[in-house]
Write a protein that binds this ligand. Structure first.
Ligand code: CO8
Length: 260
């Protein structure tokens, strides 16, 4: 499948999906969002892919937000529809089966920061800038930023970023827990691929269940979340990989995962 505004490479069970509109700093217009939706859905189903990396084309931007020229004339119902549409795409990233790593290679602003936050892990290059500058356009974040940002960094800091619209750099993002690591730009994709391959080499049912336990459990009241974790923990004991992992440990040999 080829896309007008995305590039896709698959190597060593890792898909590298690049948002490719560098002239508009990879801002997301409806076509790019549609393509992102299709590409994510296809990669979630592709048995050759275990981990997905999302990045932006060029050295300047991951994604500089929703395309402001497209948003400018929207009426309230259209704006609500655009908000729901992108939220759905980002939900398919956060709640989909595969691990998604954001390789944040520059500006991650507005909808770009919201896309980054839907990823499971964010690795930032040293030139990255994160922010929710919607306030400067007279709007609020509409692609779940008001919800994912406080969940990631706490209410106070999230409100400060959204009230002021100020950008933070990669080191500040790491300090706040918005990015997992900051690396030199030249090392960004190598670091993301190494992490992706490390995760791809783990037993995939357990990887998926970690993701489900965290993403669904965090939305629940704690006693229900503990019970949910116990259910998923029990489910691990229906897999061949649980037997293999424990046999291998006791036999003092490396495990051979079957991913089932
Ligand atoms: N939308 C459309 N075009 C953009 C965007 C954007 N978000 N960001 C940059 N561009 C375009 C510029 O217009 C410019 O185009 P051209 O060359 O044709 O004039 C080109 O990209 C390069 O940008 P700049 O010349 O501005 O580059 P600078 O290095 O001077 O500045 C910045 C870089 C600081 C990133 C600057 O471009 C900027 O401030 N961009 C806007 C950032 C922003 O406000 N993002 C949030 C947008 S709102 C959003 O994401 C909300 C999503 C939820 C919507 C809910 C549904 C309705």
């Amino acid at each position: 499948m080829t896309y007008a505004n995305l590039l896709l490479e698959i190597e060593n069970q890792v898909a590298l999906l690049t948002i490719n509109r560098p002239k508009a700093l990879n801002s997301l217009n409806p076509q790019t969002l549609d393509e992102l939706s299709q590409a994510i859905a296809a990669l979630q189903e592709n048995p050759e892919v275990k981990v997905i990396i999302i990045t932006g084309a060029g050295e300047k931007a991951f994604v500089a937000g929703g395309d402001i020229s497209v948003m400018q004339p929207l009426n309230p119902l259209e704006a609500r529809q655009v908000a729901r549409q992108a939220q759905q795409v980002f939900n398919n990233i956060e709640y989909g089966a595969k691990v998604v790593i954001g390789a944040i290679n520059g500006y991650a602003l507005g909808g770009g920061c919201e896309l980054a936050m839907a990823c499971d892990i964010r690795i930032a290059s040293d030139n990255a800038k994160f922010g929710q500058p919607e306030i400067n356009l007279g709007i609020i974040p509409g692609w779940a930023g008001t919800q994912r940002l406080p969940r990631l960094i706490g209410k106070g800091k999230a409100k400060e970023l959204m009230f002021t619209g100020e950008m933070i750099n990669a080191a500040e993002a790491v300090q706040l827990g918005l990015a997992n690591h900051a690396v030199p730009q030249a090392d960004l994709l190598k670091t993301a691929k190494q992490m992706a391959e490390k995760i791809a080499a783990k037993p995939q049912v357990a990887v998926r269940l970690v993701k489900e336990a965290v993403d669904k459990g965090i939305e629940m009241e704690s006693q229900k979340a503990f019970a949910y974790e116990a259910e998923l923990f029990g489910l691990c004991f229906s897999t061949e990989d649980q037997k293999e992992g424990m046999d291998a440990f006791l036999e003092k040999r490396p495990p051979v995962w079957k991913n089932r």
